[in-house]
Write a protein that binds this ligand. Structure first.
Ligand SMILES: [Zn+2]
Length: 156
């Protein structure tokens, strides 16, 4: 077994989804350097960048309630003491494996994109009833409240 197994799960998936920053219009996967950096930070090989981008865009759509095909990935089954799990070699593998693990745990629905139209930041909803809609109530929640307020027709 390799010593440097990626840490699969919600943190990795959320971080992967946020390689696209809608608000600041920054895509960390837009070039090979950013792609390599992200992979290095998460203990995986970059793999094919087009596949990584495809996985990212599909996973963002999926957590947002759409149905999208995922690119083909390789997910080797790993064995530990009393448990089996998934392994991952590349960035796309690790992201998809994380989504699979969360899905089997019934937690993929807790990975969400912020309801703020200009924001769309991914986050893990750890609230008790799983009803969080904003990456941050202080920022996007209040922004949306202000918008709704402004949009209300003025009373004559
Ligand atoms: Zn937000």
């Amino acid at each position: 077994m390799r010593t440097n197994e990626p840490e699969l799960g919600a943190d990795l998936l959320v971080d992967f989804l946020n390689t696209l920053d809608v608000e600041d219009d920054v895509d960390q996967l837009a070039d090979d350097e950013g792609h390599r950096r992200w992979a290095g930070e998460h203990g995986v090989e970059p793999g094919d960048r087009a596949t990584t981008v495809q996985a990212r865009d599909a996973l963002r759509a999926i957590v947002d309630g759409e149905v999208r095909p995922l690119p083909p990935v390789e997910l080797p089954v790993t064995a530990g003491p009393g448990s089996v799990g998934l392994g991952a070699r590349t960035a796309a593998d690790a992201a998809v494996a994380s989504a699979v693990v969360l899905s089997l745990q019934g937690k993929l629905g807790r990975v969400k994109l912020c309801g703020g139209e200009d924001c769309r930041w991914a986050f893990y909803d750890a609230s008790r009833n799983g009803s969080r809609q904003w990456c941050s109530m202080e920022v996007c929640g209040n922004r949306q409240k202000a918008r709704t307020f402004r949009a209300k027709p003025r009373e004559a």
